[in-house]
Design a protein around this ligand. Structure first.
Ligand code: UDP
Length: 427
């Protein structure tokens, strides 16, 4: 194992793909900078150590709620590993006080966009000014403190009852790490990063897009990727395929999947479609239940997978559009490849991402309709064959060049700054 003598970092990701994946990517990059790495993780959705032979892995606190996790758990980790620093996902904000008890310096990694974190401040102000809870959850009025968003775009799970969200954000705002890392990049959210810098007065490091920076080193996915997808894409014309993946968490009812199947088949477009096993256990049986013409459309023009090599799919020249829920990782992955999108947000930060994609960067069609076959056929055709889709595709290509140019150098400067910051910590 390399770097065992380098300064020791413990990284603590929550067990969700959208959090675990970028944390492993960050770990890969920091390991390449000479740090010795331990990933403290839950058993649920645990990473496969054989994919990361250079890291230590430590199963940690399964089955405990945040209030049951005591400094004892943490002492165990700290003393077992003799660790010097801990780096945790902002989702686990409670780790801050435990680390303080142990006098362990900590750094927070935020896996959502910087603008989403800014909304935590904004929501706190909105609450003191009496705007929350909202009477109209679909309000299109602009948020006075952050006018790029409408009230309906705020990442509050239940806009009529924001209590839990506000409690969680106030915890997040009260933590005092040494630095905050964002998986974002220059040229995308500069004004949000600057505002956060002014509000927090600590080091912020925009080191993204980590999927690009880390993929130079190794393969990260914690799920087994289905075979065959890339060879199927190799047989398709340039920009002719729609990639459909509505998140690793969002669950769909079979009825909605059937509407999707009909809409996709009737659109006449080719598509790669991720259907998670949690949604339909036996895809072949479900396909059999569809009408003959839909079944034919899906099998002739579609490729269904349980889990796709998403970054590779989006980078493939046959892919001309993405229909997504728009988690932040998917947002970065598609922006990097210049893919225009149908954005269908479900909850939380996805609403902020979709507003940025459709209104600020103008590379996506915001689509909040019910899952109904005619609507789906229409929106797919708009993106893949109509003039409006073509304009989005051109804008996405322009933005891809802009961000690649702006990121060139800035993210590696931020990474070097992060390394320097960690190494300067006096224990
Ligand atoms: N992903 C993947 N294959 C799939 C579906 C998703 O590799 O079939 C990856 C995707 O590339 C992204 C992550 O899973 O890196 C999902 O994170 P995101 O923040 O986009 O959304 P979440 O699923 O957390 O809501």
């Amino acid at each position: 194992m390399e770097n065992q003598n380098g300064p020791h970092l413990v990284l603590i990701p929550p067990p969700f793909h959208g959090h675990m994946t970028p944390m492993l990517q960050l770990a890969t990059v920091l390991h390449s900078k000479g740090f010795s790495i331990t990933i403290a993780h839950t058993h649920f959705n645990s990473p496969d150590p054989s994919n990361h032979p250079n890291f230590n892995f430590l199963p940690f606190f399964d089955g405990l709620s945040s209030t049951q996790i005591t400094s004892k758990n943490f002492v165990d980790i700290a003393s077992t590993l003799n660790c010097l620093y801990n780096l945790y996902d902002g989702f686990f904000h409670f780790i801050d006080s435990l680390a303080k008890e142990l006098k362990l310096p900590s750094i927070v990694f935020r896996t959502t966009c910087a603008t989403n974190f800014l909304t935590y401040h904004v929501c706190a102000h909105l609450q003191t000014k009496g705007y929350l809870p909202l009477q109209d959850c679909k309000s299109l009025d602009l948020v006075p403190e952050l006018e790029l968003l409408r009230f309906k775009d705020l990442p509050i799970f239940n806009l009529r009852n924001p209590h839990d969200f506000l409690h969680c954000t106030s915890k997040n705002l009260s933590i005092t790490p040494l630095a905050v890392i964002f998986n974002t990049m220059q040229g995308l959210e500069d004004s949000s990063v600057i505002q956060l810098q002014q509000l927090h007065k600590i080091n912020l490091f925009p080191v993204g897009p980590l999927h690009m920076i880390a993929n130079e080193f190794n393969n990260i996915s914690i799920m087994r990727e289905s075979d065959g997808c890339i060879s199927w894409l190799n047989s398709k014309a340039r920009k002719s395929v729609l990639y459909v993946s509505l998140g690793s968490i969002a669950s769909w009812e079979e009825k909605e999947l059937t509407e999707m199947a009909c809409g996709l088949a009737n659109s006449g477009q080719s598509f790669v479609w991720v259907i998670l096993p949690e949604t339909v256990n036996n895809v072949s049986e479900w396909l059999e239940s569809l009408s003959e013409d839909v079944k034919l459309g899906v099998t002739e023009r579609g490729w269904i997978v349980k889990w796709a090599p998403q970054s590779e799919v989006l980078a493939h020249e046959a892919v001309g559009g993405f229909w997504s829920h728009y988690g932040w990782n998917s947002t970065l992955e598609s922006l990097w490849e210049g893919i225009p999108i149908i954005c269908q947000p479900h909850f939380g930060d996805q609403r902020v991402n979709v507003r940025l994609l459709s209104h600020v960067w103008k590379v996506g069609l915001e689509w909040c309709n019910v899952m109904e076959r005619d609507e789906i056929e229409k929106v797919v055709r708009t993106l893949m064959v109509n003039q409006e889709g073509e304009e989005l595709r051109e804008r996405a290509t322009e933005l891809k060049h802009e961000i690649r140019l702006a990121t060139n150098g800035s993210s590696s400067d931020a990474l070097n700054g992060l390394v320097k910051c960690i190494l300067s910590i006096k224990m």
